[in-house]
Design a protein around this ligand. Structure first.
Ligand code: S3P
Length: 175
């Protein structure tokens, strides 16, 4: 049986904040792939993107997910673009149920509005358009990767974590 939970989904769907609450509620270890990348690189994510480019960041992401995917009894919050490389999902699926958090583009826009330089992909002139385009492109990636999908629009992080726990139970009884 899988004992870990991997949270995937677009930027601003709440993977980190929900992941922390979920880890606490389930007694699992919380792991955030972006934080490990920053620690290993000794640089922030915007710095990595600026200095080495997105492809180099994706390589670091693949390496870190490769390391953490084997962990049991963990909640793994993944960066929003982790789904773009199938190898990440293949590796995560070995020990984790994959939970995808979604939200409407308007909600994403609102939730990321305070973020001025943390997310390089949103540091563009027309953020609303960028969100729409990236979401549209990535939708099939999220869909095909997820075991469980939860629309977080209009829900707070605590309610989302409760919903995940419910869905995991439903999922377990099916298998
Ligand atoms: C990215 C999402 C970010 C981070 C990086 C790239 C993406 O993580 O990994 O800025 O491509 O969607 P969050 O989803 O936690 O913001």
């Amino acid at each position: 049986m899988k004992t870990s939970i991997a949270l995937i989904g677009f930027m601003g769907t709440g993977k980190t904040v929900v992941g922390k609450i979920l880890a606490e509620k389930t007694g699992k270890e919380f792991i955030e792939t972006d934080a490990i990348i920053v620690e290993k690189a000794g640089r922030s994510i915007p710095e990595i993107f600026r200095q080495d480019g997105e492809i180099a960041f994706r390589e670091l992401e693949i390496a870190v997910i490769g390391e953490v995917a084997a962990r049991k009894n963990a909640v793994i919050a993944c960066g929003g673009g982790a789904v773009l490389n199938k190898i990440n999902i293949d590796r995560l699926k070995k020990e984790s149920v994959i939970v995808c958090l979604t939200a409407t583009s308007q909600v994403i826009m609102k939730r990321t509005s305070a973020d001025t330089d943390g997310r390089p992909l949103l540091a563009v002139a027309d953020r609303a358009k960028q969100i729409e385009e990236l979401m549209k492109f990535r939708e099939p990636y999220y869909e095909r990767s997820a075991d469980i999908t939860i629309d977080t629009s209009g829900m707070d992080a605590n309610a989302v974590s409760e919903r995940i726990i419910e869905k995991l139970k439903e999922n377990e009884s099916k298998h």
